[in-house]
Design a protein around this ligand. Structure first.
Ligand code: CMC
Length: 433
């Protein structure tokens, strides 16, 4: 498979270990260390996977230095301008843009899997009235595996495909039901005459006592945000889905693990944290104080929505979102939105500050998305849920890709053990402080 080679030498050994080097289509080569322990008796050490490729994948390509993001080769800017979320989710799952017939068939399938079992709906009653919707998402998504027994045979590609369709289709229904539980309103059933996003808005904001009319601006803005959040190669939640899936766990359990991982403030929870931060900053006169806090190593405060493990340049998604944010606020006659103004000023100051420039810290996808969500009437607690709905398309695509790879095996990292060496048990009465 590989023509290129690398050699590893040690200061205390004569021999050199030969390692194969694999080249991808684009992007950096990868040194193959799979046989290193067998050949040299050592592990590699890379906490946080800073330089380790955990798999090969043909789904998403990122060049963080150049600010490039492509799904299946297509630039995110083109998909954002031309495509729809369901077309993008087809592209991620199957590798090619669909023909008209394929797209119609896919949309029809997703539309007809949006209902959830009535018993599942009763789960929400068991949650506290103010439970965080992500808590409900983790629980209810995982429990899908107790209902859909005809799509959990991992060795059957048709089961895998059916599970993937069900997950993409049911996430908005579960998300909206979680919201309705929080606000104490009756769950709205899906409507097959609406688009994926239109239906979600209807389930969120519709009420049984009156007809709901989908606002085309809100529908397009949310669809676009879903496209931008649909995949991002081997991030923490996608890697969690792959790792859980590598043991043969069912797809619903795997996606629940992805939701749990996404919840953290360093990952999908950042969009919620950005709004809290902007509200705490309050007005432009406080920006310098908060930038100083972000730079102070003794202060845990970080500029939320800033920085990225991969992008050391402007996150291309943030650029698109900033533009859309302005359009949405203008159309909603809210262009003087104080939080948007504050975010713009904060960004401008940070981008002229040595600390942020030296470290390549730029606004990421979460910096402006919360402002749009809020303008659309979506509460903060639901921001990460929005991310989870969109990212499900990526999660199931990676999970399917892993199962299609004949070389996949259970994920089992090694460790550098730094604990106590062998020692003998001391009876309780003989132990001293
Ligand atoms: N504010 C202030 N300093 C920062 C920030 C920030 N937001 N992000 C990184 N730094 C500093 C960090 O202190 C370190 O400085 P030094 O080299 O002096 O020790 C340097 O920049 C490198 O940071 P790191 O923590 O080693 O970088 P990482 O790749 O491990 O972390 C990150 C990436 C996204 C977790 C981090 O930038 C962060 O916490 N950002 C804020 C949270 C956020 O917006 N998360 C959303 C990420 S995008 C959406 C998603 O993937 O879900």
């Amino acid at each position: 498979m590989a023509d290129k080679k690398a050699w590893l030498s040690f200061s205390d050994r004569e021999d050199k270990i030969e390692l194969a080097v694999h080249s991808g289509t684009v992007g950096p080569d990868a040194v193959d260390i799979a046989g290193l322990y067998r050949d040299a008796g050592v592990f590699t050490y890379d906490p946080g996977f800073l330089s380790t490729a955990s798999c090969s994948s043909a789904i998403t390509y990122i060049d963080g230095d150049k600010g490039i993001l492509r799904y299946r080769g297509y630039p995110i800017e083109q998909l954002a301008a031309e495509s729809t979320f369901l077309e993008v989710s087809y592209l991620l799952m199957y590798g090619e843009l669909p023909t008209r017939e394929q797209l119609d068939d896919y949309v029809c399938k997703i539309t007809h899997h949006t209902m959830i079992n009535e018993s599942l709906l009763r789960f929400f009653e068991g949650f506290h009235y103010d439970a965080h919707p992500m808590a409900m998402m983790v629980g209810v998504v995982g429990s899908l595996s107790g209902f859909y027994h005809d799509s959990i045979d991992m060795n059957d590609p048709q089961h895998r495909e059916l599970a993937a369709h069900r997950l993409v289709a049911k996430m908005p229904t579960i998300a909206a039901a979680a919201y309705k539980h929080n606000v104490g309103e009756r769950v709205m059933y899906p409507r097959n005459d609406l688009s994926y996003v239109g239906n979600f808005l209807q389930m969120m904001f519709g009420r049984p006592c009156e007809a709901y009319c989908v606002d085309p601006l809100a529908e397009r803005a949310l669809d676009l945000l879903f496209i931008l959040h649909a995949d991002h190669e081997q991030n923490a939640s996608t890697s969690s889905v792959r790792l859980v899936g590598s043991s043969g766990a069912n797809p619903f359990a795997c996606i629940a693990a992805g939701v749990a991982s996404l919840w953290g403030p360093a990952h999908g929870g950042a969009n919620e944290a950005v709004l809290r931060m902007l509200e705490e900053i309050g007005d432009a006169s406080q920006i310098d104080k908060y930038l100083d806090k972000a730079k102070d190593k003794d202060d845990p405060f970080r500029l939320m929505g800033f920085g990225h493990r991969v992008y050391k340049n402007y996150d291309p998604r943030a650029r698109i979102i900033r533009e859309v944010c302005l359009q949405v606020l203008e159309k909603l006659a809210d262009s003087n939105n104080p939080l948007f103004e504050l975010a713009r000023r904060l960004e401008e100051r940070a981008l002229h500050d040595e600390y942020f420039l030296e470290r390549g810290l730029y606004p990421n996808v979460d910096f402006y998305s919360g402002i749009i969500y809020r303008a659309l009437g979506i509460p903060e607690s639901m921001f990460t849920v929005m991310f989870a709905i969109a990212r499900t398309a990526g999660w199931v695509s990676h999970w399917m890709e892993m199962w299609d790879d004949p070389k996949h095996r259970i994920g089992r990292p090694r460790q550098l053990y730094v604990g106590a060496d062998r020692r003998d048990y001391v009876p309780l009465e003989e132990r001293r402080d």
